[in-house]
Write a protein of this length. Structure first.
Length: 80
């Protein structure tokens, strides 16, 4: 089965480890928060779907991280 993450980007559900919600801190942009979220990760493994604002993070096998503009509850419904 596949999951649409936004902007015509699709991944297989088999590779998903977890889906997390990004909350926007006051007076800070989504993009800056997303960069600070997982600072120890390789930049090559961070994939931004669209230009933001990002609402969720999808962690996948092999350490790949996708920042999606779609809300977490919507992504979870799509997986089911």
């Amino acid at each position: 089965m596949s999951l649409h993450l936004g902007n015509d980007f699709i991944i297989t559900t088999k590779q998903i480890i977890c889906i997390l919600t990004l909350k926007k801190p006051k007076n800070e942009k989504y993009n800056l928060f997303a960069e600070k979220l997982l600072p120890g990760q390789d930049l090559d493994r961070k994939r931004k779907i669209g230009s933001g604002p990002f609402r969720s993070v999808v962690l996948c096998e092999k350490g790949t991280i996708y920042f999606s503009p779609i809300n977490t509850p919507t992504l979870i419904k799509r997986v089911k």
